[in-house]
Design a protein around this ligand. Structure first.
Ligand code: SF4
Ligand code: SF4
Length: 338
């Protein structure tokens, strides 16, 4: 990424962070899904199919416009595999036209010099690729050996920030792979992050001493900003719950291919309201709702967004909020009767 573009992006980020600190009444980050289909079938993933069609461009543009109207700062396009969407460049361009930061999460398989140049032109600002292992196995083909040529193209042609995420825990066979992936990312001039994941059965178990050692080494190699923002990972690495306020459904939005707002990729169905009908009343309710899944959550981006408001506005459980609403309704009823 050119130095001038990098400085401009950092300045824009800083202004969005200040805006997020000054006001808690707009979304900071939205994940938008234009494509549920994926070319891979990772063993741990519940976010793909092999048959759905891309969401039409005009429909996606309307969703981008609605997110802009809500005051969203960043839109990250995710999937499935969003590079399979035939009009991805137009989606990126539209996000930029509406003044928001445009990011992309991809498995990396479709990057060619020509595709990268088109994304440069469209105005893409961030790309994240997660690499799970060095050699493909029965669980994941998001592998350094398969993707290394693509990473080379990105290093040569991308005029956007590239972050390579590796993973540790969750029964990943060779924890050392995370270190190999991170070292290669740094060698190619990319930033790198590491995700701690739950065990295969979803339980929170401490990392083994060997995994912990590698986790610390990868963190040292990585993006210092992310390391500073990801304190929660130290608790997860120890197998301990983490106390924080998840603002999903408000400061963070997950918009599925059907245009419904969900808390996140792992809690689809809540609240499940169409984006075009999503009001600031919905925003406030979700902002104030304590999420039962927060103590063991490993979703880095939602944690990072949560930091903006962790110091303010304590949350209540859904039962407490429902009781308060009932009380308000009965007072309203009494006033109407009188
Ligand atoms: S590449 Fe991503 S979306 Fe596709 S199956 Fe793997 S984790 Fe899921
Ligand atoms: S705590 Fe994590 S899993 Fe639960 S809603 Fe928030 S982001 Fe999703």
């Amino acid at each position: 990424m050119k130095k001038t573009k990098f400085i401009k992006l950092k300045l824009r980020e800083a202004s969005f962070i200040s805006r997020g600190l000054l006001s808690s009444r707009h979304p900071v980050l939205a994940h938008l899904i234009p494509m549920r289909r994926c070319n891979l079938a990772c063993g741990y993933c519940n976010e793909y199919d092999h048959s759905s069609s891309p969401v039409p461009l005009e429909v996606i543009k309307r969703r981008v416009d609605r997110l802009a109207a809500l005051g969203t700062s960043i839109i990250t396009i995710s999937g499935g595999e969003p590079m399979m969407h035939p009009e991805l460049d137009d989606i990126v361009h539209h996000i930029r036209l509406r003044g928001m930061i445009a990011g992309l999460i991809s498995n990396g398989y479709y990057f060619t010099p020509e595709r990268i140049k088109r994304l440069n032109k469209a105005g893409l600002e961030y790309l994240q690729i997660s690499i799970d292992n060095v050699n493909p196995d029965e669980v994941s083909r998001k592998s350094l050996r398969v993707l290394d040529k693509k990473l080379g193209y990105l290093s040569e042609y991308a005029d956007f920030h590239v972050n390579i995420n590796s993973v540790i825990g969750g029964g990943i066979k060779n924890p050392e792979d995370a270190l190999t992936v991170a070292r290669r990312a740094v060698e190619l001039g990319f930033s790198t992050t590491v995700g701690v994941i739950h065990d295969n059965d979803g339980t929170l178990k401490p990392l083994s001493p060997r995994e912990k050692d590698i986790f610390q080494q990868v963190k040292k190699l990585g993006n210092k900003d992310h390391a500073r923002l990801n304190w929660f990972q130290d608790s997860i690495a120890e197998g301990k719950p983490y106390n924080w306020r998840c603002r999903a459904g408000a400061r963070y939005l997950y918009i599925c291919e059907e245009g419904l707002v969900h808390w996140c990729s792992q809690q689809r169905g809540y609240p499940g309201i169409p984006l075009e009908e999503y009001t600031m009343g919905d925003f406030d309710r979700e902002y104030n709702t304590e999420k039962w899944c927060a103590p063991t959550c490993t979703l880095q981006c939602v944690h990072q967004v949560g930091i903006l408001d962790n110091w303010r506005d304590p949350q209540k459980t859904p039962a407490q909020l429902a009781a308060e609403q009932k009380e308000k309704d009965s007072v309203g009823e009494m006033v109407r009767v009188e």
